[in-house]
Design a protein around this ligand. Sequence first.
Ligand SMILES: Nc1ncnc2c1ncn2[C@@H]1O[C@H](COP(=O)(O)OP(=O)(O)O)[C@@H](O)[C@H]1O
Ligand SMILES: Nc1nc2c(ncn2[C@H]2C[C@H](O)[C@@H](COP(=O)(O)O)O2)c(=O)[nH]1
Length: 223
Amino acid sequence: MTVIVLSGPIGAGKSSLTSILSKYLGTQPFYESVDNNPVLPLFYKDPKKYAFLLQIFFLNTRFHSIKAALTDDNNVLDRSIYEDSLFFHMNADIGRATKEEVATYDELLDSMMKELEHMPKKHPDLLVHIDVSYETMIKRIQKRGREFEQLDYDPTLEDYYKRLLSYYEPWYENYDYSPKIKIDGDKLDFMASEKDRQEVLDTIVAKLKEMDKLPEDWTPSHN
Ligand SMILES: Nc1ncnc2c1ncn2[C@@H]1O[C@H](COP(=O)(O)OP(=O)(O)O)[C@@H](O)[C@H]1O
Ligand SMILES: Nc1nc2c(ncn2[C@H]2C[C@H](O)[C@@H](COP(=O)(O)O)O2)c(=O)[nH]1
């Protein structure tokens, strides 16, 4: 079957769409365990001290989840190793990592990506990117309610989030590990609107059929 990876800024809707899409396709969801991440709250308290440690934590968990996903060949991944470097280099660019940490990270990432080349399935079949504006991103972060992600907790997060969005634009354009599609996360409320949810699912299924990853006559009842 297929391996689909979700991508997009913080709060874009990746975990939510992973759940919706995996149920619709009858495949297995792989979620990023943020709530079991002991370093994440430490990072938001002291980004300079914890940026490198947090990135090694994420890189390790993402490496294992993408390997499992590429072995299983029938799943949807909520974010993947492919965005890891975006986050770390953005933090390094704002002085939150030493040049030694950047060199160590880049070497480790390179070794891990080379390791993935030996997998039976080397890359995902499709990247589904959820594009959101800053305003929508903040609304979604507030709605989800993680205290350390809120602007009230740390007003400097406004610049951090705006910078993150600016890094995502070239990242998506340069992404070439698989075919990709972009979902307008500002326009499509796939949580509250059945019509919007169906439009998103139809877009993804049409792309999978175009790629011969689903038969032309596939319908959800196949599951
Ligand atoms: N398309 C959407 N429209 C409205 N609310 C959404 C949408 N996608 C996600 N949400 C809400 O935004 C919050 C963040 O969603 P989540 O799936 O956790 O994002 P991510 O995994 O990208 O960080 C959640 O409260 C979720 O219910
Ligand atoms: N410094 C990094 N932070 C990261 C990375 N991946 C996710 N995150 C942060 C952003 C959010 O606070 C939280 C969950 O991310 P969502 O996009 O699922 O909301 O973790 C990373 O690689 N580096």
